[in-house]
Design a protein around this ligand. Structure first.
Ligand code: NDP
Ligand code: HSE
Length: 435
């Protein structure tokens, strides 16, 4: 028997995600009400252009352009409009009017998370954001709640479907970057302007959110080291596969000890070689997965659809039920946990393995000279593969694999290699992760 009053739900945005959220609330209202213990009444849906054609069951009278009034009359506000403004101002208005907020907006959280979480903490409201990282995959709640008593050491995430699709096409079909990107655009994975995906900005926003949660420390998006996939070549991907690896764009959040002994957090995004035996190597197409290593729980992997209207709506609706139950039970929301305040360490402090590809002069002593450059920087060589040119040009291609090394030492090595008279060209450096 449901005795609590109806909860008023305001929806900001009726695009790919919002239209699916609205349909689910309208079509499965009774079921959701039974799970919550209160009816969920959609009181309005704010859009930019009310005349746009929409494939949704939202009644016309609920559509409005007056988002500001809408949020002030709601118990729960769902923001799926995207972008920074007016989303930020509307969310702050909603919180100040006493509403809980659900958002899928990773860009907003990565850039203004602390402001929004502080505003919520001031009034005892709560902000839910399961859909902001990896779409349908439950990863925020596992980090925020299920693993809250454990100590997370490392997260390796494939959190951008567009780039995973592109790299998978290159690896599986030997396609060029351009052709794989064109296919991603045709299938609707990549936006008309794919910069945020292929340059790693989208993944960096997600890394900032994951790292902040995992390490109970605010990790600003500006502190996330970022490299996209535009520098990855077909040759590198093929070379990696021959050596037993696949190239993936990874969002990494890790607790590390820097070279000077400082314990801190590293958050970074770059294309990396992942061993074929690692569970992340089996993540194909536009799928996402997040691999978490925690002290007590060990290794956990969360896998599924990282985007898509209905899939992402599932995560938003899970938040809606949680937020609504909280209203029924009463009491203040649980504030974000940022007690740890770890320092954020620069990319130079990380340590991993590397594969360095270079073209060198095929002359006596060249290999010894290369080996001495690595030795001088304290970087230990694990493997060397040499291919001699077949065109009689007296050039050889080397791929040098290293043991674990400090990034700053590796960077100094690469600089010295580039300046060496025996090196014609350092053609690429790929880090190895997941060993
Ligand atoms: P869409 O562009 O499809 O939809 C945006 C909606 O918001 C539209 O209905 C639009 O109105 C409305 N809107 C935009 N600006 C305003 C404004 N100033 N005032 C009022 N309404 C506005 O976005 P998505 O549904 O794809 O994404 C929504 C959010 O979800 C984003 O933050 C995104 O990052 C996140 N997300 C999306 C995923 C996906 O697969 N699409 C996956 C995970 C997260 P109108 O219809 O009139 O243009
Ligand atoms: N552009 C993102 C991706 C959508 O390709 O994964 C989900 O954030």
């Amino acid at each position: 028997m449901i005795e609590y009053r109806n909860l008023r739900i305001a929806l900001l945005g009726a695009g790919s995600v919002g239209s699916q959220v609205a349909d689910q609330i309208l079509q499965h209202g009774d079921e959701l009400a039974a799970r919550v213990g209160a009816g969920l009444e959609l009181i309005g849906v704010a859009v930019r252009n009310p005349k746009s054609a929409r494939e949704t069951s939202i009644p016309a009278h609920l559509i409005t352009t007056d988002a500001e009034t809408l949020v002030r009359n709601a118990d729960i506000v769902i923001e799926v409009m995207g972008g920074i403004e007016p989303a930020r101002t509307l969310i702050l208005s909603a919180i100040n009017a006493g509403a809980d907020v659900i958002t899928a907006n990773k860009a907003l959280l990565a850039h203004h998370g602390p402001e929004i979480f502080d505003a919520a903490a001031q009034v005892g409201a709560q902000v839910f954001y399961e859909a902001a990282v990896a779409g349908a995959i439950p990863i925020i709640r596992p980090l925020r709640e299920s693993l809250a008593g454990d100590r997370v050491n490392r997260i390796l995430g494939i959190v951008n479907g567009t780039t995973n699709f592109i790299l998978d096409r290159i690896d599986t079909y030997g396609e060029s970057m351009e052709s794989a990107l064109a296919m991603a655009t045709e299938l609707g994975y990549a936006e008309a302007d794919p910069t945020a995906d292929i340059e790693g900005f989208d993944a960096a926003q997600k890394a900032s959110i994951l790292a902040s949660l995992a390490f109970h420390t605010h990790v600003p998006v500006e502190s996330v080291y970022r490299e996209g996939i535009t520098g990855v070549t077909l040759e590198q991907v093929q070379e990696a596969r021959k050596s037993g690896y696949v190239v993936k764009l990874l969002a990494i959040a890790e607790r590390i000890v820097g070279p000077d002994g400082t314990e801190g957090v590293s958050a970074r995004v770059y294309p990396a070689m992942v061993p074929l035996s690692h569970p992340l190597a089996a993540v194909h197409g536009a799928y996402n997965a997040v691999f978490v290593q925690a002290e007590a729980a060990g290794s956990l992997m969360f896998y599924g659809a990282g985007a898509g209207g209905i899939q992402t709506a599932s995560a938003v609706l899970g938040d809606l039920v949680t937020a609504a139950r909280r209203h029924v039970i009463g009491g203040p929301g649980v504030a974000e946990s940022t007690h740890a305040t770890f320092p954020i360490l620069p990319i130079g402090a990380i340590h991993t393995r590397y594969h360095v590809s270079l073209d060198i002069k095929d002359a006596p002593g060249a290999l010894a000279e290369i080996a001495s450059i690595f030795a001088k920087q304290g970087v230990s060589v694990e493997s060397v593969e040499q291919k001699t040119a077949t065109d009689g040009s007296l050039t050889a291609t080397l791929v040098i694999g290293t043991h674990e090394a400090i990034e700053a030492d590796l960077a100094a090595t690469v600089e010295a290699l580039a300046a060496s008279p025996v090196v014609e060209h350092v053609s690429g450096v790929l880090r190895v992760e997941g060993l």
